[in-house]
Ligand binder design. Structure first.
Ligand code: PLP
Length: 362
């Protein structure tokens, strides 16, 4: 978490304004103002109408609540199109909604060699029965960024709405929801130097009309109809601070810096005999996230060896179980995943490559 977000959380907790929304006294006014200003900063960060910005616990919980509402609008014969590039948080909730409603759930494959979404197959799967397309902005495992604009245009042409999981995209690329034209977009501030929380933009008309599960006295329109219970105000103060930090940093600059740190990592791993790089082998339309395996070692073992050298990587499927399945790696323990964030530098990358080469030559 970035310092300004840590301070914002502590300052809020110490401010004496810890009440709730909707009262006639100063501490209640401060809570209302915090929600309003946070929606407005997030609207600026994501290029979206603040009236559609909802706050919650995390992306998965918010997506489960969202698809619970969507399930009430689906019927047998309807279709939901997902992708095999997605994290389970954007697959399982839709599967459950389809099970509950009798709608059909299908997944668009990707090319295991290139890690790119099969657009021809996507076009075939999206038909006039399709009500929702659920797609990732970027794969959290192999970094692929699907062509969202084309996907959204194809879906809208068939009358389908589009839900974008931007959890892995948001820390690495600028996002402009107005330009993208998606109906819903979800992100997790803890991936972009904020606290553990969730943010979901829902197009305001859709937000106001969806049959969400809500208690009777809560708001009938606006984000509060989707946000169950008392907001986590101290966390929200920190979400706002993290978003302000990134607006100042400029996401385009973050993307450029990360790309320059990542390029030698990609090249170095591609050039290492005994290492297989999964997903795209180039720098186009991707995040600085790479998955690899070492011929002679399980991914968990590699992660343990790297941890001993103070290198933090993940091993397994990182909940991208469809990606790992399509790569044919389910029974061999998945992959090792390394990522570049804003605080990772070229010395870290050199250390990783040297350590991996040391493991391969053992
Ligand atoms: C691409 C992607 N989507 C969804 C999630 C789930 O987000 P949350 O932890 O906020 O539920 C993650 C978490 O790693 C992710 O990487």
């Amino acid at each position: 978490m970035v310092d300004v977000a840590v301070s914002a959380m502590a300052d809020w907790a110490a401010s004496g304004t810890n009440a709730n929304t909707g009262g006639f006294f100063a501490a209640a006014d401060a809570c209302d103002a915090l929600l309003d200003s946070t929606r407005s900063v997030l609207g600026e960060f994501l290029g979206a109408d603040a009236a559609g910005i909802c706050l919650g616990a995390n992306m998965t919980t918010m997506t489960m609540a969202f698809t619970r509402a969507v399930a009430r609008t689906l019927k047998p014969g309807d279709r939901v199109v997902g992708t095999r590039l997605d994290h389970e948080a954007n697959i399982s909730p839709w599967l459950i909604a389809c099970e509950l409603s009798g709608a059909e759930h299908v997944l668009t494959p990707f090319d295991p060699k290139t890690g790119r979404l099969d657009m021809a197959e996507f076009e075939k799967l999206v038909n006039d029965r399709t009500k929702w397309v659920a797609i990732t902005g970027a794969s959290n495992l192999i970094g692929t960024m699907p062509d969202l604009k084309t996907v959204i245009a194809l879906a809208h042409k068939q009358g389908a709405r589009v839900f974008v999981d931007a959890v892995h995209l948001a820390p690495h690329q600028p996002i402009n929801i107005r330009e993208l034209g998606c109906d819903v977009l979800a992100t997790s501030p803890y991936k972009w130097y904020g606290p553990h929380a969730g943010v979901m933009y829902i197009e305001p008309e859709l937000l106001n009309s969806l049959p969400v599960a809500k208690v009777r006295p809560s708001a009938d329109i606006g984000p509060r109809r989707f946000e169950t219970g008392t907001p986590n105000f101290e966390c929200i103060a920190a979400v706002q601070a993290a978003a302000r930090f990134l607006i100042e940093e400029k996401m385009q600059r973050v993307a450029e810096v990360e790309k320059s740190v990542f390029a030698p990592l990609l090249e170095g791993l591609l050039d290492t005999r005994g290492v297989t790089v999964w997903g795209p082998h180039d720098l186009n339309s991707r995040t600085p996230t790479i998955s690899f395996t070492i011929d002679s070692m399980t991914p968990d073992r590699v992660a343990q060896e790297l941890a001993a050298k103070k290198i933090a990587v993940w091993s397994g499927d990182s909940y991208a179980m469809e990606v790992v399945a399509q790569l044919g790696l389910t029974n061999s323990g998945g992959v090792v995943r390394a990522g570049v964030a804003r605080y990772v530098d070229s010395d870290d990358v050199k250390h990783l490559i040297t350590t991996v080469r040391g493991l391969v030559s053992r």
